[in-house]
Design a protein around this ligand. Structure first.
Ligand code: KG4
Ligand code: ZN
Length: 330
């Protein structure tokens, strides 16, 4: 079965082609350099670039996969959550293709896409498993009971983890996106130099809160002279606080749910300290941890094609009335 995936929810234009769950092509065109100068994604600019990039990315993906259009069996597209204008570009393209080829269409939740990115690298992964879903807009602990039965055990009550990385990076005068910058800088810093707060780390539920931590970093930075801010130590100590909170709750969720596998998903799962600490805890607590390769942590269409493939097998599909849902929930 050949599935074509389309992802345009934020600032990555991506098209991928999978054959029976294996990647034939996964083309990602990032707009990061365009949005960098604004310090974040500008929705209208993102939509305009998707519009001009998508046909080119699509043609590249078809050429690399070396298939003809009539070999496509299913078109899978992100329909939310994300930026409305950006989502509409991908959905309109997917509908046009579905009509032209007479092939079925399936709308995929972007967050489910991030989770299912793990099936690309770990084809033998089977529910139940716990997911630590950490991206720019989302921080959630999920329990995947079946591919089409995903329960939200907890989520952030304010900022997402990626958002906290991006905001702290801005406080430290680093570039956008902030996560990779903090990750890089932390390698030369002392993670125990500043004892930042770990809000809600020991609360009974699985919810998170990162806005107080971000404010604590701001107050610390303000104590120093502009030219003398120990950026490396602050970055490393902040990163440690975030990772401590994320992993403590995730491992607790796995234990309490009697589930022996944890998977990481989303852009923040690219963080090298999080990956290292998750592996260490995995060995200590004897709980399996699966982490997707970097290219499948950040936004890509292969994960959307994979989710479409899995959910279509569960008899789910969409029709031409499919709409963009910017605040789509699981
Ligand atoms: O999943 P993603 O590519 O897009 C969304 O759906 O949001 O996640 C983007 C987020 C950004 O906040 C970015 O700063 C963060 O993931 N990120 C990282 C790293 N790489 C990307 N955060 C921490 N460490 C990283 N290495
Ligand atoms: Zn994403």
């Amino acid at each position: 079965m050949i599935v074509l995936g389309i992802e345009t929810s934020c600032d990555e234009t991506s098209v991928a082609i999978l054959s029976d769950g294996k990647i034939l092509s996964n083309v990602v065109s990032s707009q990061i350099d365009i949005h960098k100068k604004f310090g974040g994604v500008v929705p209208e600019i993102a939509a305009r670039h998707h519009l001009s990039n998508l046909p080119i990315v699509f043609k590249n993906a078809i050429d690399i996969a070396n298939i003809s259009l009539d070999q496509i069996d299913l078109i899978s597209v992100t329909y939310g959550p994300g930026l409305i204008g950006a989502l509409l570009v991908g959905i309109s393209f997917a509908k046009g293709l579905s009509l032209r080829l007479g092939k079925p269409l399936i709308g995929v939740n972007h967050i489910v896409g991030h989770v299912f990115a793990n099936y690309i690298t770990y084809p033998h992964l089977k529910p139940p498993y716990i997911v630590l879903m950490v991206s720019g807009g989302h921080t959630e602990i999920l329990l995947v009971r079946e591919d089409d039965k995903i329960e939200v055990l907890g989520k952030t009550v304010d900022d997402a983890a990626g958002e906290a990385f991006d905001k702290v990076a801005r406080i430290l005068g680093l570039g956008y996106p902030g996560g990779p910058e903090i990750d890089k800088l932390s390698k030369n810093g002392d993670e125990n130099k500043f004892n930042f707060p770990r809000p809600m780390m020991d609360s009974k539920n699985y919810n998170f809160s990162f806005s107080g931590l971000k404010t604590a970093v701001l107050y610390t930075v303000q104590k120093f002279d502009k030219d003398n801010i120990p950026k490396e130590d602050i970055a490393a100590s902040f990163q440690k606080a975030v990772v401590d909170i994320l992993l403590k709750k995730t491992f607790k969720a796995a234990k309490n749910s009697n589930v022996n596998t944890i998977v990481l998903a989303g852009g923040v799962a690219a963080n090298s300290y999080l990956r290292k600490k998750a592996q260490e805890l995995s060995e200590k607590q004897n709980i399996k941890v699966l982490i997707p390769p970097l290219e499948f942590c950040t936004d890509n269409a292969a994960m959307i094609a994979m989710a479409g493939y899995k959910l279509y097998k569960k008899c789910l599909s969409s029709d031409l009335t499919l709409e963009a849902v910017p605040n789509l929930k699981i």
